[in-house]
Design a protein around this ligand. Structure first.
Ligand SMILES: [Zn+2]
Length: 147
């Protein structure tokens, strides 16, 4: 069966669906024909090759999650620099210490040098009087691969 390309309302390609599914979308008026095969008719309509959604669909799956957390990933994200002093990082610091429920997550971990890690110990940066130079974020796949 001919596959039909579905475009988002901003013309970004989403996925392919079967012709039957595409026609159902046209009948439900959630999509319109964007490109058709002029010489092939279905009933009175030209055979759709590309359909376009009428309203924009947020493709949350594209942005959700991100790469799974790993120590190597934290080092790559932070450029192997200590989040506190900028020296070469050799360890990972949990901003909220693990002993106090801090998790292995992108936002709770930064690359750190041994000195800063020991100085901070089982305290938060505020308690230890230490300032984070970086704001830990969830990296994109691209950011991890580039380094
Ligand atoms: Zn340091």
């Amino acid at each position: 069966m001919t596959a039909v390309l579905v475009l988002n309302a901003d013309l970004g390609p989403l996925h392919r669906v079967s012709l039957r599914h595409a026609i159902r979308m046209l009948l439900r008026e959630v999509a319109v024909v964007h490109e058709a095969e002029p010489d092939r008719l279905i009933g009175v309509y030209p055979l759709p090759r590309v359909v376009r959604l009428v309203s924009y669909v947020v493709t949350r799956w594209r942005f959700s999650g991100g790469p799974a957390w790993s120590r190597a990933g934290v080092h790559a994200r932070d450029g192997r620099r200590c989040g506190y002093c900028g020296a070469e990082a050799t360890t990972i610091d949990h901003i909220l210490p693990r002993s106090r429920g801090g998790r292995n997550s992108w936002k709770n971990t930064v690359a750190a040098c041994t000195g800063c890690n020991q100085r901070k110990g089982d305290r938060t940066p505020a308690e230890a009087g230490m300032v984070l130079r970086v704001k830990p974020s969830i990296p994109t796949w691209g950011a991890l691969v580039q380094r």
